[in-house]
Design a binder for this molecule. Structure first.
Ligand SMILES: Cc1ncc(C[n+]2csc(CCOP(=O)(O)OP(=O)(O)O)c2C)c(N)n1
Ligand code: SF4
Ligand SMILES: [Mg+2]
Length: 414
């Protein structure tokens, strides 16, 4: 295993590619799985983990699938970090589901030794909504790319975010379509020359953080593939948040958009060009902590902290992730290089009822008032028709239990 978590390292025997169904059977049939489910159920009730169950490790979350990303891709680091964080959460593998759309990033579920769905382009949020609503006890993760989430899945993005299911949403932003070999994406910078923009991108890019904040996200964060410590900390914080946790991860696509973030992430200039957001702390940055951000009206401003300006950290804005007013997170999310340091960290974390809890409460309420329903009765209630035998154009006969008593031939009932 190399530092990127690449299973294809020279000198190591490649792991045997397995088919997903095998992996699934393996997960469900072991006595260990049964024991850990029991332990999980117990821990949910008591808040403790049963002592007789072994603690999972990172290796338990590594699937036997051959990783097919290009060597050096930032996706490896993200995978590695997610696998590292999973055991810390104390959730058994069979209670975890990774759901993706289409793209390089969306190959992620294959590599996690958990349940997973590699679904259709941009539609992971719909699958996640169904999975979580029907199985609220599952830990549900959406993994997506900038194209998958913001182009074809743009509409689904804002709705899953505002819905606030208790899920985790990881957006791998490499500012390019990787899988389809280098077309520009909704996060590509203006002027960028790509295979689909030979004279430079004309579209203005989307800022995923400000879009998430504007979509009423209850948790919004940003991190980067190359800052392993920050990334694992952010992923864990997202997983522990109750509600939809949105995390944008700057991810290098070394084949089609190499060095896309280097202008602020390069080690030599990082401290002067990035701002690490910390709750309750003043917004200070710079190699010598000699710069800060203050907010004047609704405008952020970079200030120099020194004896000449007579400004100190006390003059900087103090970051409050729990502020009920989302406009501060919006302001910070829109700060960009080169005018401002590029902010990473948690922008916002607030509480709001989750979708699945509210749906469950409505169902309980309906059962209490009307009793348990029967699906067959529901389907056969109201106006229902049986298509008449031998009538190809569309003859309709009333169903036995329907209210409609007329046979309609040759046209559809309104
Ligand atoms: C309906 C549909 N339209 C287009 C495609 C082609 N396609 C596959 S992945 C992709 C973009 C992926 O980009 P992104 O989400 O940024 O993922 P990355 O590969 O960069 O991780 C496109 C356009 C498709 N598979 N299905
Ligand atoms: S094309 Fe880019 S994003 Fe896709 S696997 Fe290769 S380096 Fe990673
Ligand atoms: Mg991409």
């Amino acid at each position: 295993m190399n530092t990127n978590g690449n299973n294809n390292t020279k000198g190591e025997a490649p792991l045997e590619p397995k088919n997903l169904n095998d992996a699934k059977i393996e997960l469900m049939s072991g006595a260990e799985a049964a024991a850990s489910v029991e332990a999980y159920a117990g821990s949910a009730a008591t808040g403790e983990v049963a002592p007789d169950v072994k603690k999972l490790t990172r290796a338990d979350f590594v699937s036997g699938q051959e990783v097919r990303w290009c060597p050096g891709c930032g996706d490896y680091s993200i995978l590695n970090n997610v696998q590292k964080v999973m055991p810390e959460l104390g959730i058994p593998r069979e209670k975890v589901v990774f759901i993706s759309g289409i793209g390089c990033s969306s190959r992620f579920p294959y590599y996690m030794n958990t349940f997973g769905f590699h679904t259709i382009h941009g539609r992971a949020p719909g699958f996640a909504t169904g999975v979580k609503t029907a199985n609220p006890d599952l830990s549900v993760w959406v993994v997506t790319g900038d194209g998958d989430a913001l182009s074809i899945g743009g509409n689904h993005f804002m709705h899953v975010i505002r819905r606030n299911l208790d899920i985790n949403y990881l957006l791998f932003n490499n500012r390019i379509y990787g899988l389809t070999k280098g077309q520009y994406s909704p996060t590509s910078e203006q002027g960028k020359r790509t295979k689909s923009s030979p004279m430079g991108v004309v579209d203005f890019p989307i800022n995923p953080v400000s879009l998430a904040v504007a979509s009423e996200a209850t948790f919004v964060a940003r991190s980067l593939d190359i800052d392993v410590k920050h990334l694992s900390h952010t992923i864990e914080a997202a997983a522990r948040h109750k509600g939809t946790s949105f995390v944008e991860i700057y991810q290098n696509c070394n084949i089609f958009n190499d060095g896309a973030f280097q202008y602020f992430t390069d080690r030599a200039i990082r401290s002067d060009n990035m701002l690490y957001l910390e709750h309750g702390k003043p917004l200070v940055f710079g190699k010598n902590s000699d710069k800060g951000i203050r907010i004047v009206g609704s405008q952020p401003e970079v200030i120099e902290l020194n004896a000449t300006t007579n400004l100190t950290a006390d003059d900087c804005h103090t970051h409050d992730i729990h502020s009920p007013d989302s406009s501060l997170a919006f302001i910070l999310g829109r700060m960009e290089q080169p005018r401002f340091p590029q902010p990473v960290g948690i922008f916002r974390q607030v509480e709001r009822d989750t979708y699945e809890e509210q749906v469950a409460a409505q169902i309980e309420d309906a059962i209490e008032k009307q009793g348990r329903g029967r699906l067959a009765k529901l389907i056969n209630s109201g106006d229902t028709w049986t298509v008449g035998e031998g009538d190809a154009v569309g003859g309709f006969m009333p169903a036995a239990s329907g209210d409609n008593t007329e046979t309609v031939t040759g046209s559809s009932p309104d």
